[in-house]
Design a binder for this molecule. Structure first.
Ligand SMILES: Nc1ncnc2c1ncn2[C@@H]1O[C@H](COP(=O)(O)OP(=O)(O)OP(=O)(O)O)[C@@H](O)[C@H]1O
Ligand SMILES: Nc1ccn([C@@H]2O[C@H](COP(=O)(O)O)[C@@H](O)[C@H]2O)c(=O)n1
Length: 226
């Protein structure tokens, strides 16, 4: 059976389990974490397509805010992006919350979110818990585990292919990887202690990572139907 067929069968079944047993007026959130270039965005887009999730990338939301000509926080965001440091949570959580509210205002059934690249440090985690803790259901955390050099090479290739990102260069990447080790790994450890982490070997080719991801998601949601 080809990968596409497995996708289709799993996604049909998955949509049912996702919509019914996890039904809630609050947004259901799956956090997606991993190093820069681990493939979070690539895999989220696939899941969106096949399983009807809404993908919110914290990095993308920050870049969009930075690009607004009149943004009061644009310069601050750009400084953090090039330095590989983390933007204050008030800004990031505000953008995420706004995106969720706007999505659910259009269609209340669109309440399953993949929140990619968040929470990235303790400030992110504390800010989310105080602002969104009661207003959302964090279901679990997808952890894309990928070798540092592989991550670095992927981001450099992305930059060379014309990503236009001001942080797809060696200097920024070294800082981003440092931030990942110092600030994001402790957050993954925190969720791991709560048995909320689903770890995926993200060093494999895109289709293979995707297949493992589907199995992980499917296994999780099957718990709600048995
Ligand atoms: N499994 C894979 N194998 C090879 N290349 C990949 C794989 N997954 C993603 N890529 C490529 O690596 C680059 C980074 O992928 P992607 O943007 O999905 O990573 P990310 O984790 O979202 O990165 P960031 O945190 O920097 O935004 C892209 O050019 C993408 O096409
Ligand atoms: N929670 C976050 C997420 C991202 N940033 C900043 O954006 C940069 C790019 O993020 P990607 O997820 O697209 O790689 C990141 O290096 C941070 O500077 C943030 O501050 N907080």
């Amino acid at each position: 059976m080809c990968l596409r067929s497995i996708f289709q069968i799993a996604s049909r079944r998955f949509r049912t389990t996702l919509v019914n047993p996890v039904m809630s007026s609050k947004p259901n959130v799956v956090f997606v974490l991993g190093g820069p270039g681990a493939g979070k965005g690539t895999q989220c887009e696939r899941i969106v397509k096949d399983f009807g999730y809404i993908h919110l990338s914290a990095g993308e939301l920050l870049r969009a805010e930075r690009n607004k000509p009149n943004s009061e926080v644009g310069a601050l965001i750009e400084k953090h992006i090039t330095e590989g440091t983390i933007v204050p949570v008030k800004i990031t959580c505000g953008l995420l919350a706004q995106a969720m509210v706007e999505t659910m205002a259009v269609d209340a059934n669109k309440n399953n979110f993949l929140v990619d690249g968040f929470p990235r440090n303790k400030d992110n985690l504390d800010g989310w818990n105080s602002e969104m803790g009661d207003k959302s259901n964090v279901r679990f955390v997808l952890f894309f585990d990928c070798d540092e050099q592989v991550c670095m090479n992927r981001c450099l290739a992305r930059g060379q292919a014309g990503s236009g990102r001001s942080d797809d260069n060696v200097d920024s990447l070294k800082k981003r990887i440092q931030t990942y080790h110092d600030s994001t790994m402790p957050i993954i450890d925190y969720y791991n202690q709560q048995k909320l982490v689903r770890q995926i070997n993200a060093g494999r080719p895109v289709d293979e990572v995707c297949l493992v991801l589907i199995i992980v998601l499917y296994t999780y949601y099957c718990h709600f139907t048995v």
